[in-house]
Design a protein around this ligand. Structure first.
Ligand SMILES: Cc1cc2nc3c(=O)[nH]c(=O)nc-3n(C[C@H](O)[C@H](O)[C@H](O)COP(=O)(O)OP(=O)(O)OC[C@H]3O[C@@H](n4cnc5c(N)ncnc54)[C@H](O)[C@@H]3O)c2cc1C
Length: 290
């Protein structure tokens, strides 16, 4: 199918983007990498009157490192994250997750912030943002708003972003010494969206687990933390018995929805497998050096 007719704007300044968004609101769509939006237009799942192309806005590009956070500008692509030595050093979970996203051609165009804004429950970045306690930096003509990852998603493909707001960046706290990370997912073919996936982080000292974060993708209508399973692991030495307690907690708390090919029971089983794998990976790898 062909996309419906739409007007097209290619501003050079962020202020112009925000003014257009404010004027057209729900009638407008931002075009970042286009790797999701163009498909939804061609399938006529979306019929915006105006596309606002972000490719010409230089101030939305680039990764920036400060003493506390990695700032990912709105037009930073999946491939830039995958290739960045700074990301590998200061936000290793992102480097681990990036190769799981689609295929190279899509990663070269698709953006981190586009994926966060779209909020596919099976996408890798929203779960990583949640596991890392990231922040979404949203801007409108009225100013800037910072939204914690855990408050950003409200349901299937829905977020707290307002129609006149856009994500200008996401911020990821820098990994600190002693933190470890694991990312794993199961998909039918490499590059497909995940059936189930897990983004995990923890501090591990001589087998003692703390600051455990478990964020799931592909399990429900939005990415979700497993707080009870985290609690079952917190302050415990890694062992088969502790793993069993975490698995039990996970079974009672994950809000699992089936999809076209997998029942909730199958996904629940896979989530347990992922958790066991992640705990082995976290406890066997060396900690980050300061
Ligand atoms: C075949 C195929 C396989 C894929 N597999 C995966 C996969 O395994 N995992 C995965 O995570 N993704 C996958 N994707 C999606 C891909 O990662 C997209 O790039 C990503 O979801 C959206 O990024 P984008 O920059 O292309 O956004 P666009 O397609 O340009 O936009 C997507 C939506 O987000 C909005 N938006 C974009 N940027 C902003 C912003 N800064 N502020 C507010 N709203 C914004 C747009 O208006 C639009 O509604 C796949 C895509 C394809 C075509």
């Amino acid at each position: 199918m062909k996309a419906p007719a739409f007007s097209y704007a290619r501003p050079r300044q962020l202020a112009e983007v925000l003014a257009l968004l404010d004027r057209h609101r729900d009638e407008a769509r931002l075009l970042a990498g286009g790797q999701t939006l163009l498909a939804t237009l061609n399938m006529r799942l979306s019929e915006p009157a105006l596309l606002i192309d972000l490719q010409g806005v230089a101030e939305l590009r680039g990764l920036q490192l400060s003493s506390t956070v990695l700032r990912i500008g709105a037009m930073v692509t999946h491939s830039e994250i995958e290739a960045s030595a700074e990301v590998a050093r200061h936000a290793p979970l992102l480097a681990m997750a990036a190769p799981h996203i689609a295929h190279r051609a899509i990663r070269n165009l698709g953006t981190f912030c586009g994926s966060i804004a779209y909020g596919d429950p099976a996408a890798e970045w929203p779960a990583c943002l949640l596991a890392l306690d990231g922040v979404v930096v949203a801007r409108s003509v009225a100013g800037e708003r910072r939204i914690a990852a855990k408050a950003f998603y409200t349901g299937l493909y829905t977020t707290t972003l307002q129609p006149n707001e856009m994500i200008v960046a996401c911020e990821i706290p820098l990994a600190n010494a002693g933190q470890r990370f694991a990312f794993d997912e199961l998909s039918r073919r490499h590059g497909d969206y995940a059936v189930v996936g897990l983004a995990a982080s923890a501090r591990v000292q001589d087998g003692l687990l703390s600051q455990v974060r478990l964020a799931w993708l592909g399990t429900g209508s939005m990415p979700q933390r497993a707080l009870a399973a985290e609690q079952a692991l917190e302050g415990q030495f890694f062992s088969e018995a502790v793993t069993a307690q975490a698995l039990q907690a996970l079974r009672s708390e994950l809000q699992i929805e089936g999809d076209l090919t997998h029942s909730p029971a199958a996904k629940q089983h896979l989530a347990g497998v992922m958790l066991k794998r992640a705990l082995h990976a976290l406890t066997q790898q060396s900690a980050l050096q300061a």
